[in-house]
Design a protein around this ligand. Sequence first.
Ligand SMILES: [Zn+2]
Length: 189
Amino acid sequence: MAKIASPPTVLREIDGPEICGSCDTPGLRTELVRDPFIYGAGEDAVELAVEIPVHTCSYCGSYTGEEAADIRHDAVCRHLGLLTPNEIRELRGEYEMSRAAFATLTGLGEATIARWERRAVIQNVANDRYLRLLQNPAIFLQLKALAHPEASVDAVRDSVIAVPHVLQLDRAKEYRDRGVGFSLHEHAA
Ligand SMILES: [Zn+2]
């Protein structure tokens, strides 16, 4: 038997647009409504509760806008244990990268990243884990070195100055490149 969501509950009146979006009638009322919905099917179906703004027009009746759809989308992401679109955007923002630059770096499609950030689709678990790994600056820098092997050793070293263990690895590579006999044993002596 299909699960049926609990009925919605009006929580309180909140600020919203003055005029109805579809008929331009003034006096639009907006309320915050707890509106549970069923996500999934069969055994996996769960009820997810969200609080969404509901507008009521004296002419059109009650309706929800894009904001409500976004809130439901984010609730599904959290339920699935996946990053929300804003969290993906923030990750990219942390490194001050455009979508195009992030796509080049990660090998992900620019259009794919845009679809995740615009809530058109939800990333799969593999991609979600990839994105979460990139939240670690040391891993991000490792990826940068992978994506731009032509970058000079100096440039990479400058960029990892704040990450000591990566710096050490990088030095080891530099010694190797120079043909310096480098081993842990020599240093330990
Ligand atoms: Zn209306």
